[in-house]
Design a protein around this ligand. Structure first.
Ligand code: FAD
Length: 179
């Protein structure tokens, strides 16, 4: 997918791993940095190697059909991303129109800490660089919602996804669509 391709841009990965599998800082494959499809290709490749080593033809056949993702697996980069954007845009939606100084400082602190703790490290590093270029705007709900929309669009651009119209962020995340 475009997401997994973008994830690997500029990040070296072992030639033995399928395209899109990102290595974590511990030197092991990073699940929250990798799409389910790439992770599955990697584990299927390993299952094939194990089956070939055991010389069991039936096991080889058993691993050729891609397994469907289970709902209760650890999140891949896309599931984690969707859930996280939902949380971030919902924080923007419930942020006050006129925040106090302490609310502004809490939100700024949260965004900075979030950018250090985000489990997909390649995503986190790019997000930190974005924060360096575009300081979060926390002066009001609409300012923050639009800033966040811009940050999300930057990731969309990197992944080859369509740009979201930021004038509509409140309909998408706060008020619902007028219809
Ligand atoms: P998502 O991008 O998850 O969006 C969810 C919903 O938000 C969309 O359906 C749409 O209704 C709405 N939306 C879309 N754009 C906007 C916007 N600009 N403003 C408001 N609402 C919007 N994945 C990678 O592969 N590589 C990365 O480097 C990477 N970095 C990330 C960094 C961060 C901080 C986060 C939170 C996620 C990152 N992701 C990354 C995950 C990626 O952004 C997507 O979440 C994932 O690919 C799933 O995409 P999706 O198409 O389901 O929609």
């Amino acid at each position: 997918s475009t997401a997994t391709a973008a994830n690997t841009l500029g990040h070296e990965q072992s030639e033995k791993l399928p395209r899109g599998v990102v290595i974590g800082k511990d030197g092991k494959p990073c699940r929250s940095c990798t799409s389910f499809a790439a992770w599955r290709d990697m584990t299927r490749g390993k299952a094939r190697q194990d089956a070939a080593a055991n010389d069991k033809g039936s096991s080889v056949a058993a691993v050729t059909k891609p397994p469907a993702p289970r709902a209760d697996c650890p999140p891949d980069v896309e599931t984690l991303g969707r859930g996280t954007w939902t949380l971030l845009h919902s924080i923007a939606a419930t942020y006050p129109d006129v925040p106090s100084m302490s609310q502004q400082s809490d939100l700024l602190g949260f965004v900075k800490l979030f950018s250090k703790l985000y489990p997909c490290w390649v995503c986190a590093e790019d997000f930190q660089s974005y924060l360096g270029k575009e300081m979060p705007r926390v002066q009001s709900r609409d300012e923050f919602g639009k800033w966040l929309c811009g940050a999300h669009n930057e990731v969309n651009r990197k992944l080859g996804k369509p740009q979201f119209d930021c004038s509509q962020w409140q309909e998408r995340w706060r008020t619902g669509w007028k219809d």
